[in-house]
Design a protein around this ligand. Structure first.
Ligand code: SAM
Length: 265
């Protein structure tokens, strides 16, 4: 069984929620808005569902939700703290949860970019194509590879963040580098905690995926792009609010995609 790379935050879901707070459930509301505007049916798969916050929001909005993740810690947290959806273990690098059983697949906060290679992207999109009904939707939100063309502001200096959780101050120093050959944004993060524990170093990476490349991949897997833009979205500045419609550019650091399966297998 494949296992997710060890990661302080995904191994400690409560800490993850404390670090990436979303009290207004903006990501869930934005996703529901996309699903509603494009007339999606009720059955939704949230791939890389993490702590289950967004899956539970969609369940609360009346949808029949399956949340899937590779991290058993995330799944256990989701079942305990965000009940309603069914939570299952699945790998976004290739999954089979049935044929034509979902009206939409959602994949939020750059989870799609854990598909580092073209083979893995193909496997993810093939899996979505199998899982979706004809006309089903793919809704995803992630970093925008194109942002890094000619911009170095996120690469020049390490970012230092601190937050307090259950009386302990956690401090992270994050350095991003671009691996042009692999087309990856590599992240090195060092954590220290005020409880005296030893520093933890973690490395991860996201695929640098470009808007035109994404359109080409989607077309090859039978999807028509309905929206592909840099905001507003749940993680843009200013953030999305109800009633705000998608923009027309794909230049800023977040990419939002809604695509419809027009050519099923
Ligand atoms: C940045 S978090 C996003 C979580 C959630 N979608 C959200 O927006 O809060 C990425 C999630 O993807 C999961 N993940 C990483 N690699 C995966 C894989 N190959 N298959 C399924 N889930 C994976 C991690 O365990 C983690 O929960």
């Amino acid at each position: 069984m494949p296992t997710a790379a060890r990661n302080l935050l995904t191994d400690n879901p409560a800490l993850y929620e404390a670090r990436f707070r979303d009290p207004g459930r903006l990501a869930g509301r934005w996703t529901e808005d996309c699903l509603r505007r494009h007339g999606a049916g009720a059955r939704v798969l949230d791939m890389g569902c993490g702590t289950g916050r967004d899956a539970a929001h969609l369940h609360g909005a009346g949808r029949e939700v399956t949340g899937a993740d590779l991290s058993e810690a995330m799944l256990a947290h989701a079942r305990a703290h965000h009940p309603g959806p069914e939570y299952v273990h699945a790998d976004l690098h290739g999954f089979d949860l049935g044929r034509g059983v979902f009206d939409a697949v959602v994949c939020l906060d750059s989870a799609l970019l854990y598909c580092h290679t073209n083979d893995r992207l193909d496997a993810f999109l093939s899996s979505c194509r199998r899982a979706l009904v004809p006309g089903g939707l793919l809704v995803t939100e992630m970093r925008n590879g194109a942002y890094f063309l000619g911009r170095t502001d996120l690469l020049d200096t390490p970012t230092v963040d601190a937050f307090t959780w259950q009386g302990t101050v956690y401090r992270s120093t994050t350095t991003l580098t671009v691996d042009r050959t692999a087309q990856l944004l590599r992240r090195r993060r060092v954590w220290t905690a005020s409880d005296g524990s030893a520093p933890v170093e973690q490395r991860s990476a996201w695929r640098l995926l470009f808007p035109q490349e994404l359109r080409h991949l989607l077309a090859g897997h039978g999807f028509a792009v309905l929206e592909l833009h840099d905001g507003p979205g749940p993680r843009t500045e200013p953030p999305w609010r109800e009633g705000r419609l998608p923009g027309a550019t794909a230049d800023a650091d977040r990419l939002h995609l809604v695509a419809r399966l027009t050519t099923p297998h």
